[in-house]
Design a protein around this ligand. Sequence first.
Ligand code: HEC
Length: 510
Amino acid sequence: MAVLLGLAGPAQAGPDGATIYADLCASCHAETRLGGTGPALIPESLGRLQGDRLQAVIAEGRAMTQMPAFRDTLRPEEIAAVADYLSAPLAAPPVWDAAAIGATREMTTDYHAAPAPVFTADPMNITLVVETGDSHISVLDGDSLAVLDRFETPFAVHGGPKFSPDGRYVFVMSRDGWVQKYDIWSLHEIGRVRAGLNSRNIAMSADGKWLAVANYLPATLTILSTEDLSVARVIPVADRQGRPSRVSAVYQAPRRKTFVLALKDVPEIWEIATTEDGGPYSEGLVHSNENGMEEAMGVERGLFARRRIAVSAPLDDFFFDPDYRNLIGANREGETGVVVNLDVGREIASLPLPGMPHLGSGISWMRDGRRVMAVPHLNEGRISVIDMQDWHVVKVIETSGPGFFLRSHDGAPQIWADVFTGPHKGEMHLIDKQTLEVVKVLKPEPGKTVAHTEFTRDGSRALVSVWEQEGAVIVYDSRTLQEITRLPMRKPSGKYNVWNKITFEDGTSH
Ligand code: HEC
């Protein structure tokens, strides 16, 4: 080892991170740092794993995984050098085009599609539990609460899994851009493909044919065929001036038959048609609606036609009204919500939402004949309730700390709002949907993270995660608020009920 490190060259004072990486890490994480049997090790994916925390992972390894501890192999300054190397951006932007993506596609050879569900449980009341602790998903029967299967996912599942419109198939995406297709009826994986190198989330077209993958690296939207995970299109994302942008998130807008994209780096919102009769969308600044006049101005039409909507500043993290006429997005400072009317393609209102609103986990429901939405704040212990007709703030509900997820259900009288950070983390606030008062605070595991609620199909039970390595899913009766049982799980995070997701149940975020 010492001899090898000596080869780093006379100009190198300390140990050389690149050489250590090539010798000890590349076999699992790849020469390119883009991942192999181990995950990608680039700043885009390491995120908050920086400095001491990054060095600690290298020194200690990860128990129960293939990641070895290097405490006894590398001196502290060598660990620091390799950590610095991983924290530096890649020298050249990697190419990840349709050919490169297609080459990663692996279909499961022993998969046979079952003609009917291989279990007797109600297929519409299946709930998936993402267990990030050991990269698995549990397939839970929402009635008997039995785990029907537990399958391995790619490392670090990110964003919510998406179900096919009939609820049979589910698509799961990871931070490193892997998309996995799983057949719930057969309880079997069908295949996987790497649609991006660092990705944010996925959305499925209303007809179930296309799956869009929002990528940070490279700055693209990948569209896959849901049938066989083949690449339908890779769309480079850049504004009119050609400045590239990461894609923060992609959403399905069912009534519009489009995907809607939140762009991280440029002041545009994109809409992508998912049917052959999409568009026409004019690329010009002005356009004529006169028949036959569109051709002259760079018009996009047909499947995957793209429309640009200019906004005054980049908007992240969207919430939509039920008919997808309006979206509300958060500005980057996290102080204001901006309402954009998608029909006219213009900002129509803004409202004060200080403290980093998390619109992506907003929910809406009917109150006194009016539709209202609620959104938690990532930096403050409050929930804003907004009237969706005239966009005024109806009420700001105080909670004991900043929350991450809100959930409810038509069959449940309350909103379930977690506290994700701060001294009161783990407290679950139950808020009456009509009075907007906190009626109860559940504290099932003081000091531990208790977060994210999902309901069974009829809303009668609420499932809550104890978000810890030796964690659990706690099942509550959503009317009596009594605990029914606890199911042990490994760091459970999100839970996704087939029925609530495919019917766009009001109380769930999408
Ligand atoms: C035998 C294969 C293997 C080798 C060799 C290896 N790793 Fe890993 N590494 C993994 C696996 C697998 C994981 C994912 C562990 C998990 O599931 O949490 C991982 C995870 C990591 C993580 C955490 C990533 C994250 O996002 O949580 C870091 C950092 C890391 N490795 C750095 C290194 C470095 C630096 C080296 C060389 C000094 C190295 N690894 C060598 C397999 C390996």
